[in-house]
Design a protein around this ligand. Structure first.
Ligand code: HEM
Length: 497
C-alpha cells in the first residue's frame, strides 16, 4: 500500500500518483518559501545605496577629495548607511551610534582589522599587531593593557610632571612660541621616557627621534594602498625600522643582563610572556610594540593638547571655570600634581573631551566584513551589508551629529556636564574619538593624564594669549591635526589662589 492509497485529502485520491507527488513537491516548496520569508526576514534585504560617481575612477576622486567632504555631501542624499566604490573595493559607511553598533561589537571573525590596517606592517615591523593572527594580537594587546594599568600610570604621571616642568623651565619670563611645535616636542619627550624608557630618553633621544621621524614620513596616503612601493620615503622608513631594532636590541640585552628594572612600558614588555606558549617576547617584537604604542599615542595626544589650548584661549568663558578648578585644587593639594590630583580635574577633562569631539585625529575607522549583516538606518531603511565590503565609520562626522549634540559645531565643554551628558543620551557609540567596543583605545587614560599635566602646569604658571588666527584643520595629514602655526604669547605668573 502506498502512502497515497488512503489520502488525508480525498480530492487527491482521484489523481494519478505522479501528479500527486508533483503537487506535494510544489506545495512543500511553497511552504518552505513562506517559512523562510517569515523566519529569515532580511535574508533578501537590499544592499545599501551607492554613491553615484563616474565609472572606474569616480569613487577614487570623491574619496581622495576628502572622505569627510564626501560623507557631508552624501549623508543628506543617501542617509546614514551607504557604499562608495574605490578602485575594486566597496566601502560601506555606517554613520551614527545605532548604525555602527555591529562595527564596534562584532567578533573578529565577522569584523576584522587585519586586512584594512595592513599598511602599518612595514612600520611596526614583523611579528606584531597586524602581522600576526588574532590570537597572538590579543595577547599583545594584553601586554599593552598590562603596561597601562593604574599602578603603571601612577609612575608615568611622575615622569610626565618631571618632563613638563623641565621643558617649560626653558621658556623665558615672557615670549612668543608656536604652541603646536612646542607641544609636539614635549609629548615626544614624555612618550620617550614613559614608553621607550630611560636609556632612550637620557642618552639616545636625538638618534631615536630622528629615526621615528623617518618612520613617520614613510607613512603617506599612498602607503595605505601600496605599502611596499619602492619610493625614497619607504626606503628611509625601512632603514630606520632596522636601525631602531638594533638600538632596542642592545637596550633590552643590557636590561636583561643587569637584572635592572625600570618603571616604563619597555620593562613590561621585557617581563611579559605569551600565555599560550610561555615564551618571552623577542627583541624584534618588543621593538615593534613600542613603535606601535608611539604611533598610537604621540600625534593623537599632541594634536588634542593643541586644540584644547587653542579653544580655551579663544573662549574665555570656558577658560575661567578651568582656572577656578585649578585654584580650588591648589587650595587643597598645593602645587602637587599626581595621578589622584589629576583625577579630580573634571572641568579640564570636559574641555579636553570637547576639543577631541570636534577634532578626533583618527577621522576614519575601518574593518573588513567577513559575513553579511543587517543594518537599520535611523531613517528606517533596512539593508544587508555584504561580506567582502570594507566597512567604515567616522568619528569626525559622527561626533557632530545634530540629533546627538546641540549646536554640534560649537565648542561647549559643558555639554558633558552632569545633567546634560549629551554623549550618553543616544547610546554607547555617540562619542567615538577613542573608538569603542572590542577595539576601544587602550591609551585613553594615559592620554588624558598627559594632556591634563601639560595644561595644569601651563595654567598654573603662565598667562597665555592666542596671537595667530584660530587654526584650521589639516585634513591632508594621516593623523588629522592642526594646520600651520599656533602662535601664543606667554607671560610667567603664578595663578592667584
Ligand atoms: C588623544 C589621544 C588618542 C586618541 C584620540 C586615540 C584614538 C584611538 C582610536 C580611535 C582607536 C580605535 C581604532 C579602531 O577602532 O580602529 C585607538 C586604539 C588604540 N589606541 Fe589610542 N588614541 C589615543 C591615545 C593613545 C595612547 C596614548 C596609546 C598608548 C600609549 C594608545 C593605544 C591604543 C591601542 C593599543 C589601540 C588598539 C586597541 C585595540 O585594537 O584593541 N592610544 N585609539
Amino acid at each position: 500500500m502506498d502512502i497515497f492509497s488512503n489520502p488525508p485529502f480525498p480530492v487527491l485520491g482521484n489523481l494519478s500518483p505522479l501528479y500527486r507527488i508533483s503537487l506535494l513537491l510544489v506545495s512543500t516548496l511553497l511552504l518552505a518559501k513562506i517559512l523562510s520569508t517569515l523566519f529569515f526576514r532580511g535574508a533578501h534585504k537590499k544592499v545599501p545605496p551607492t554613491v553615484r560617481t563616474l565609472p572606474l575612477i569616480g569613487g577614487v576622486r570623491k574619496f581622495m577629495n576628502g572622505p569627510i567632504n564626501m560623507i557631508r555631501e552624501e549623508y543628506p542624499r543617501l542617509g546614514s548607511v551607504f557604499t562608495v566604490h574605490v578602485f575594486n573595493r566597496r566601502i560601506t559607511f555606517l554613520l551614527g551610534p545605532e548604525e555602527s553598533g555591529h562595527f564596534f561589537k562584532a567578533p573578529e571573525s565577522e569584523m576584522s582589522q587585519q586586512e584594512v590596517y595592513q599598511y602599518n606592517v612595514p612600520t611596526f615591523g614583523p611579528g606584531v599587531v597586524f602581522d600576526v593572527d588574532y590570537s597572538v594580537r590579543m595577547e599583545q594587546f594584553r601586554f599593552f593593557t598590562e603596561s597601562l594599568r593604574v599602578s603603571s600610570l601612577k609612575n608615568y604621571v611622575e615622569q610626565m610632571v618631571f618632563e613638563a616642568e623641565n621643558f617649560f623651565s626653558k621658556w623665558g619670563d615672557e615670549g612668543e612660541v608656536d604652541l603646536k611645535s612646542e607641544l609636539e616636542h614635549l609629548i615626544i619627550l614624555t612618550a620617550s621616557r614613559c614608553l621607550l624608557g630611560r636609556e632612550v630618553r637620557d642618552q639616545l633621544f636625538q638618534d631615536v627621534s630622528d629615526l621615528f621621524h623617518d618612520l613617520d614620513n614613510g607613512m603617506l596616503p599612498i602607503s595605505v594602498l601600496f605599502p611596499y612601493l619602492p619610493i625614497p620615503a619607504h626606503r628611509r622608513r625601512d632603514k630606520a625600522r632596522k636601525e631602531l631594532a638594533n638600538i632596542f636590541s642592545k637596550i633590552i640585552q643590557n636590561r636583561r643582563g643587569s637584572g635592572r628594572s625600570e618603571p616604563d612600558m619597555l620593562q613590561v614588555f621585557i617581563d611579559s610572556k605569551y600565555r599560550a606558549t610561555g615564551r618571552s617576547l623577542s627583541d624584534e617584537e618588543i621593538t615593534g610594540l613600542l613603535i606601535a604604542a608611539l604611533f598610537a599615542g604621540q600625534h593623537t595626544s599632541s594634536i588634542t593638547s593643541t586644540w584644547t589650548g587653542a579653544y580655551l584661549m579663544k573662549y574665555k568663558q570656558y577658560l575661567e571655570p578651568v582656572l577656578d578648578e585649578q585654584r580650588d585644587i591648589m587650595r587643597r593639594h598645593g602645587n602637587k600634581l599626581d595621578y589622584d590630583v589629576l583625577g579630580e580635574m573634571e572641568v579640564l577633562y570636559r574641555a579636553i573631551k570637547e576639543a577631541l569631539r570636534l577634532h578626533p585625529p583618527l577621522i576614519l575607522l575601518l574593518r573588513y566584513n567577513h559575513k553579511d549583516f543587517p543594518v537599520k538606518t535611523r531613517e528606517g531603511a533596512e539593508y544587508v551589508v555584504p561580506k567582502g565590503n570594507v566597512v567604515a565609520t567616522s568619528p569626525a562626522f559622527a561626533n557632530r551629529l545634530p540629533y546627538i549634540y546641540r549646536d554640534p559645531d560649537t565648542y561647549d565643554p559643558e555639554r558633558f556636564a552632569p545633567g546634560r551628558e549629551e554623549d550618553k543620551a543616544a547610546g554607547a557609540f555617540s562619542y567615538i574619538s577613542f573608538g569603542g567596543g572590542r577595539h576601544g583605545c587602550l591609551g585613553e587614560p594615559f592620554a588624558y593624564l598627559q594632556i591634563k599635566t601639560i595644561w595644569s602646569h601651563l595654567f598654573r604658571n603662565y598667562e597665555l594669549e592666542l596671537i595667530s588666527p584660530f587654526p584650521d584643520i589639516d585634513w591632508d595629514a594621516m593623523v588629522v591635526g592642526v594646520k600651520g602655526k599656533v602662535m601664543v604669547k606667554y607671560k610667567k605668573r603664578s595663578l592667584d589662589v
